[in-house]
Ligand binder design. Structure first.
Ligand code: UDP
Ligand code: UDP
Length: 278
């Protein structure tokens, strides 16, 4: 943010996209909606509104100013998937009444709106399905697995695995993902997506915990608690489409990304200990 605030053409606005927004812009990236289960489940009605009303107001804005618009969709549109790895043609296995539904169905409906705006109004859309992503500058209270485990390990607190740790995720380092965003926005207009963006290397949550304990040199123990409902058992993106259309694949292996993220949180915790705010 500091790097941008000095630029004369940069303006920061705080706005809730469930309400209309009238601004003049060239391109729009809609990343609105908390992605961490504890955050999006704390106000589930607002979560659905953010995805659904946001996917009317932002395409409405894009339509008026004739802007290209990026939509951050998610691997959650696949729910607890029955096919593995997940390809873009898979239609998913999502509960419409569970704890995760506000996020999952919100993202699904947002995709519907984007594709209808595309077909009905010729809107130039770019829909990406983002898989688990991590890296420096995550909020320490984010609540997702990578930042939770790193902070717990650095503090020497127990590392909390939900369930038995056999569920899997595939983690993408943030720099790899932003590179894909940029390539996608610059790709030909007829490539609308949806396209999976993520790192196809899959790990169990237990493997992740052990890796983080080792890389931090921590003496934390691992504790197991109950698995939240509808927690997907496995997740791995099939990224052949992104490779073919964007010439992209992730470059940062999990260990390297974790080292960089651990370094960030280590410095942050040290700063907070000396009484400075982050
Ligand atoms: N909208 C907005 N900014 C704009 C244009 C539209 O926030 O610059 C919102 C507005 O609330 C509108 C919605 O986007 O109702 C959908 O716009 P669209 O053009 O699809 O339909 P409208 O409702 O205007 O017929
Ligand atoms: N998880 C965990 N301990 C934590 C946080 C998450 O075991 O402290 C598990 C969670 O149950 C899920 C996986 O790690 O199986 C990934 O969770 P996260 O909230 O990061 O994202 P999700 O992919 O579930 O949206």
């Amino acid at each position: 943010m500091k790097a941008l605030s000095g630029l004369s053409y940069f303006e920061l606005m705080r706005h809730d996209i469930t309400f209309p927004l009238y601004v003049e812009v060239d391109e729009i990236c809609n990343l609105a909606c908390p992605a961490s289960p504890i955050h999006y489940q704390s106000d589930p009605v607002q979560t659905t509104k953010t995805s659904v009303h946001g996917a009317i107001n932002m395409p409405g804005l894009a339509r008026r100013v004739k802007a290209k618009i990026f939509q951050a969709s998610a691997s959650e549109v696949y729910g607890d998937p029955h096919i593995h790895p997940q390809t873009e043609s898979y239609r998913g296995n999502v509960s419409c009444i569970g704890l995760r539904s506000c996020y999952d169905e919100g993202k699904r409906c947002a995709e519907t709106l984007f594709f209808d705006y595309h077909r009905q109004h010729g809107l130039n859309i770019k829909v990406a399905r983002i898989f688990n992503t991590y890296g420096p500058h995550m909020h320490p209270d984010d609540g997702r697995v990578v930042s939770n485990f790193i902070i717990q390990a650095l503090r020497g607190d127990p590392v909390t695995i939900y369930g038995d740790g056999s569920q899997t995720r595939s983690f993408c380092y943030v720099d790899d993902l932003t590179e894909a965003f940029i390539r996608f926005m610059d790709s030909p207009d007829d490539f609308t997506g949806p396209v999976n963006l993520g790192n196809p290397r899959e790990f169990t949550i237990l493997e992740l915990a052990e890796k983080i304990i080792r890389l931090t040199g921590s003496c934390s123990e691992i504790v197991f608690s109950s698995l939240p409902s509808d927690d997907p058992k496995q997740r791995q993106p099939d990224i052949r489409l992104a490779k073919e259309k964007l010439g992209w694949e992730p470059e940062i292996p999990l260990e390297e990304g974790l080292r960089r993220t651990i370094k960030y949180f280590d410095a942050l915790l040290a700063k907070n200990k000396t009484g400075l705010k982050n």
